[in-house]
Design a protein around this ligand. Structure first.
Ligand SMILES: Nc1ncnc2c1ncn2[C@@H]1O[C@H](COP(=O)(O)OP(=O)(O)OP(=O)(O)O)[C@@H](O)[C@H]1O
Ligand SMILES: [Mg+2]
Length: 218
């Protein structure tokens, strides 16, 4: 369902962030992307989300070459992808509830279903009591959970999680990892970039290890 075919990515024609990267991820897989800072983990996720395009090579998602997606088709393409950005990218002038509502309205979900989906997702993450708070009224870990809730609320086929446990304590991390495990068991493909190199082994999951933009092992 996701295929990188000899992908290289060079930002602003300078330093190559990815070099000849090829791999495939099947529907329903749970894959960790590990590697040191600057290795290219976030770049891989941005390519899948079509936020960046490869400099050479092909990124194919659900049989679509992302380089051929027209700008106006991007929202439709992204409907099925939930992404948790490393820096959250929450809407800071909207409440937690409104941040999630924004996502659902953008994909034409209406009325009671909006409320039901939001409350269900916030409850699952233990955030229901914060629904009327603005992001700046939340701790870093709570903001991270909002970012996760926002990715999950639309029940996507693919979840891209960039360091989703970067700002939370060990207990909360376990809780978050368990939620991703559950979602994966329901059939969602999960791709998670992390510095926590022990996680793949702990969860007995596939690991793509990236060093300086190349796959060191798969
Ligand atoms: N928008 C950008 N413009 C220019 N260079 C960039 C950009 N984004 C990333 N890079 C460069 O590409 C390389 C890979 O970055 P990337 O963010 O993918 O690494 P990462 O593995 O996610 O790192 P980290 O663990 O710190 O999050 C780095 O050298 C980085 O400086
Ligand atoms: Mg990163």
């Amino acid at each position: 369902m996701i295929e990188f075919d000899n992908v290289s990515k060079t930002y602003q024609n300078k330093w190559p962030a990815l070099v000849n990267v090829s791999f495939k991820v099947e529907k329903g897989e749970f894959v960790f992307i590990t590697g040191p800072t600057g290795a290219g983990k976030t770049t891989i996720l941005k390519l899948i989300y079509a936020e960046e395009l490869p400099t050479t090579g092909k990124v194919i998602v659900n049989n679509k070459n992302i380089s051929l997606i027209k700008k106006k088709e991007l929202p439709f393409y992204r409907r099925n992808i939930g992404i948790i950005f490393q820096d959250f990218k929450l809407l800071y002038d909207r409440t937690v509830y409104e941040n999630l509502e924004f996502v659902l309205k953008a994909i034409d979900i209406k009325g009671d279903e909006i409320r039901e989906k939001i409350i269900r997702t916030l409850t699952r993450l233990g955030l229901a009591h914060k629904k009327d708070c603005y992001p700046y009224q939340l701790s870093g870990g709570e903001q991270q959970k909002v970012a996760i809730a926002r990715a999950l609320v639309k029940d996507p086929e693919i979840i891209l999680a960039d360091e989703p446990t970067g700002n939370i304590d060990e207990e909360a991390s376990k809780e978050i990892i368990n939620i991703f495990k559950e979602i994966n068991l329901m059939g969602t493909t999960v791709i998670m970039a992390t510095h926590h190199s022990e996680l793949p082994q702990l969860l007995k999951k596939r690991r793509l290890h990236i060093i300086s933009g190349r796959i060191a092992y798969d």
